[in-house]
Design a protein around this ligand. Structure first.
Ligand SMILES: C[S@@+](CC[C@H](N)C(=O)[O-])C[C@H]1O[C@@H](n2cnc3c(N)ncnc32)[C@H](O)[C@@H]1O
Length: 533
């Protein structure tokens, strides 16, 4: 489709180019909307090898996770500086993306070129909505998928537009306001008659808890009275409930699509340490449940908080090392969240969250057995007393992941020891989460460059529990590196049951820290994770 651009429209595009190139949008995206890109990619359920276009890609917020999922990705944006920032981030993440300067209203690609077209908080800024919509449809192959995430008129950004618009120059004829793309009826009208089946839903997000100082200074005062810039309003009440229901519906659809059974659900059932202690809201983590000496195992802590939430899919942030053998407190500040405290210190917090990730194929039990025999931790283990993977832990889970020939993953053949079983033989969620944690770190340790001196600590654990993990039965555990993004390494892990069905999957973010932490590069494995006293 061609259309003559008016001089006014040309001026508007030039102004857009200058606006998006001003300041450091890439840093803003990293701080505030990183999750939106990953969530859009998860919704697109991208298969490795498929052709993906990220329109108005900016610094690659959606393009990079799509490439990490194995797609062949093209990122298009109006602003060359942002494409350069994206290329640098892609290089650091270890993925290749084709970066193209262009306009969403006149995509420089032949028709039906892409399997999946994404745009995260992007196409809505192109002024001619009908033209943009028809371009998105034109370049998507029949049967393909278009996933868009847009700011809504009623949300914070939509309201900001509303406040500012009387003070801005009048837009040229034919231009529409960006938040309209967040209006369901508007989107349905744009796609009417194109043959695209529109599925439009609301999503709610919260600002990160710690608003970077830079943004606070920009406003000169806390973002809302009394907030001190650190704790934005929590999800609670009907809004929190609606967001939670919306997430459950998405997960239910995904399960249906993949032919999975109903979720296991994790009521904090009898037998879990979480439930017993949650009644008193106090908790002592036993010395047996450690990763490093006297420090509770991160996956175990994530599982305790997941059980306390009573959900099957969670995101837990580990803020400080959690000591074992001390009286800790579990708090439910609202229906949507849970926190772990040691006195006045917040150690960890968790929320119910979508955890949609691309799980690589499992290996067969024979290969898993062979891989476990290659477990590098038998020769050099940074924490041999670890609950999950420590060969010297007398009552450990004994998950020993080793490299799999010809594939960039680690795997273990694993029979969960009977002593860990709760009612009905199933492992409690805290032990399933623990079993997912270490294979992720070993995947990074095995696949990171041998010479890297990076040391990491796990900061975020996302977990999805699908089916029971049963003590005494043979399981396969795999771990895979997802990539590196600045000072964070990402990895995933999954547990498959005796019938090959997925029981649980997770992803972790491990932050590079100075001086201590798990040494990733093989050349540094023999140095202990904590400096000797
Ligand atoms: C809010 S940013 C989103 C960037 C990225 N998708 C993300 O999630 O961080 C909006 C992006 O739209 C791009 N953009 C605005 N108008 C555009 C147009 N007409 N064609 C292509 N990109 C455009 C801007 O350059 C900017 O990168």
């Amino acid at each position: 489709m061609t259309m003559t651009m008016t001089a006014e429209m040309e001026q508007l595009k030039a102004a857009h180019r200058a606006t998006w190139a001003a300041g450091d949008y890439a840093a803003v995206a990293d701080a505030f909307v990183l999750d939106v890109g990953a969530t859009a990619v998860a919704h697109a359920a991208i298969e490795p090898g498929t052709a993906v276009l990220d329109v108005a890609a900016g610094s690659g917020n959606a393009a990079i996770p799509a490439a990490l999922a194995g797609a062949r990705v093209t990122g298009l944006d109006l602003v060359p500086d942002l494409l350069a920032a994206g290329a640098e981030r892609a290089r650091r993440a270890g993925v290749e993306i084709d970066w193209v300067e262009g306009d969403a209203e006149a995509l420089p690609f032949p028709g039906e070129r892409f399997d999946t077209v994404l745009s995260v908080l992007g196409v809505q800024f192109a002024p001619r909505h009908e033209l943009t919509a028809s371009e998105l449809v034109r370049v998507t192959r029949p049967g393909g998928t278009i996933v868009l995430a847009c700011w809504t008129p009623s949300g914070f950004i939509g309201q900001l537009f509303k406040t500012m618009s009387p003070h801005l120059p009048k837009p040229p004829a034919g231009a529409s306001a960006p938040p309209l793309w967040g209006d369901k009826d508007h989107v349905r009208a744009l796609l009417a008659g194109t043959g695209v089946e529109a599925c439009v839903r609301d999503a709610h997000g919260a600002l990160p808890r710690r608003i970077p100082g830079r943004v606070r200074r920009l406003h000169g005062r806390p973002l809302r009275p009394g907030a001190q810039g650190a704790r934005p309003a929590r999800r609670s009440g009907p809004l929190g409930g609606a967001a939670s229901r919306a997430r459950r519906a998405v997960r239910a659809r995904e399960r249906e699509r993949r032919g999975l059974p109903r979720p296991l659900g994790v009521p904090a059932h009898a037998g879990t340490q979480a439930e017993l202690r949650m009644r008193s809201r106090e908790l002592v983590i036993d010395a047996a449940h450690v990763g490093l000496p006297e420090i509770a195992h991160g996956g175990y802590v994530a599982g305790i908080l997941t059980a306390a939430l009573g959900v099957d899919s969670s995101r837990v942030r580990l803020r400080r090392p959690v000591p074992s053998g001390r009286l800790l407190r579990v708090e439910r500040p609202d229906a949507g969240g849970v926190e772990l405290h040691d006195g006045a210190d917040l150690l960890a917090d968790g929320v119910e969250a979508d955890v949609l990730l691309h799980v690589p194929d499992a290996v067969d039990p024979g290969e898993a057995l062979a891989a476990a025999r290659r477990f590098p931790g038998m020769a050099h283990h940074p924490f041999p007393g670890c609950l999950c993977c420590g060969p010297e832990h007398p009552r450990g889970l004994r998950v020993f992941p080793g490299p799999v020939s010809g594939r960039g993953i680690v795997a273990a053949h694993w029979v969960p020891p009977g002593r860990h079983a709760a009612d009905g033989g199933a492992l409690p969620p805290e032990l399933v989460c623990a079993a997912l944690d270490c294979p992720q770190l070993w995947a990074l340790m095995v696949h990171a460059p041998a010479t890297t001196s990076d040391r990491v600590v796990t900061t975020v654990l996302e977990t999805r529990l699908e089916r029971p993990v049963t003590a005494g039965e043979p399981h396969v555990v795999i771990g895979w590196p997802i990539g590196r993004d600045g000072r964070r390494w990402l990895a995933g892990a999954a547990i498959f049951g005796p019938d090959g069905a997925l029981c649980a999957a997770g992803r972790q973010t491990a932050a590079v820290v100075g001086g201590w932490g798990v040494p990733l590069g093989r050349d540094h494995w023999e140095t202990p994770p904590v400096a000797a006293a």
